[in-house]
Design a protein around this ligand. Structure first.
Ligand code: FAD
Length: 314
């Protein structure tokens, strides 16, 4: 869907050089694949973000928030409408209350999750250890309920601030949002279209011993380096782990798929649940390799693997 001249002109007036038309998403995803977004927009002010969402929603222009694109596969033909990025307008991480044992921290959606982890370590705050080394933004990590076997965002989130498609914003307490395994939803979805945007969150952390926290951060980063193909472009774990039994990575490995390749897409030899881009992959290569993996695992073990990576575009 091409944007009409009025929409292009509105975007240029509102955002000046902070809108790029027909911008290849391969420049903005960790897989390094993906066709063009009709418009890639990076608002600098929250008021501009609100205006973008409100007007796009009211005029039926598709829009999607993208964080760092670390869990995102964009198809080769590109993305209709607006891709909105929050890194220039919602960046703050700050302590809001440290009077007791529990310390409340707010972090805005465009800030990196690793900034919150570093902030916690530097301030001697416990609670973020599970997230050490997970790339991406606060917004993306809330929406994905990012985590590891040591915990997930749901364990530390106290409030989530939401922008609704009609332009209203609301701070939702923990009881009014739902987290699942790499899943997030809100009870009050006024649009029913999931057109809401996470603007940031309030996090409940605890006072801890700074030395111990720092040592644990170093150990966790070392472990990640040893077990994940961090030098190659990927979207992290491609599939969710089944609710019981062996992990997705173990099943893929046992199906003999490590090193399996289609075009430039390869099943990592380091971690079988990572599909990596060896340099020339297209989204179509990755999707065909996904199908091969699913088929082999289903045939061999009777397990249907579900994607963790979000797939968007046409
Ligand atoms: C090397 C590597 C290691 C990884 N390790 C882990 C791990 O250990 N655990 C784990 O859970 N994940 C892991 N991931 C996946 C990924 O890092 C997380 O899911 C991360 O939280 C995604 O953040 P992002 O900003 O990149 O989101 P994106 O990939 O940009 O987006 C993810 C989804 O969230 C939506 N979204 C993003 N921001 C907003 C917002 N503000 N409002 C509404 N919707 C939004 C997007 O539309 C999309 O649907 C890994 C990825 C890589 C590449």
């Amino acid at each position: 869907m091409a944007l009409n001249p009025q929409t292009r002109s509105w975007l240029r007036t509102l955002l000046d050089d902070r809108v790029l038309f027909d911008e290849p998403m391969s420049r903005h995803t960790w897989f390094r694949v993906g066709g063009p977004a009709d418009a890639y927009v990076v608002p600098e002010r929250t008021a501009d973000l609100v205006e973008l969402v409100r007007r796009a929603a009211s005029e039926g222009i598709p829009y999607r928030i993208v964080g760092d694109g670390t869990n995102l596969l964009v198809r080769d033909a590109g993305v209709d409408g607006l891709v909105i990025v929050l890194r220039a307008c919602l960046r703050e991480v700050a302590v809001t209350d440290r009077s007791g044992e529990t310390v409340w921290v707010t972090a805005m959606a465009g800030a990196r999750l690793q900034r919150l982890c570093r902030f916690a370590a530097e301030h001697g705050l416990e609670g973020m250890h599970f997230a050490v080394g997970i790339p991406g933004t606060i917004g993306g990590s809330v929406v994905m309920n990012a985590g590891t076997s040591a915990g997930c965002m749901a364990d530390v989130v106290d409030t989530v601030t939401i922008l609704f498609p009609d332009g209203a914003t609301k701070v939702l307490p923990r009881e009014q949002v739902r987290f699942g395994y790499r899943k997030f939803s809100i009870q009050e979805d006024r649009s029913g279209s999931e057109g809401w945007v996470v603007l940031g969150g309030g996090f409940r952390l605890r006072r801890g011993d700074p030395d111990r926290i720092q040592k644990r951060v170093i150990a966790l980063l070392e472990r990640r380096k040893a077990t994940q193909p961090l030098q190659e472009p990927s979207g992290g774990c491609f599939f969710k782990n089944p609710s019981s039994g062996p992990s997705a990575g173990e099943l893929i490995d046992r199906a003999g798929l490590k090193g399996s390749r289609i075009g430039g897409a390869v099943v990592s030899a380091v971690h079988a649940n990572f599909i990596v881009n060896s340099g020339s992959a297209t989204a179509a290569d990755i999707l065909r390799l996904r199908d091969r993996i699913r088929e082999a695992v289903s045939k061999r073990f009777g397990v249907d693997l579900e994607e963790e990576v979000k797939i968007i575009g046409r």
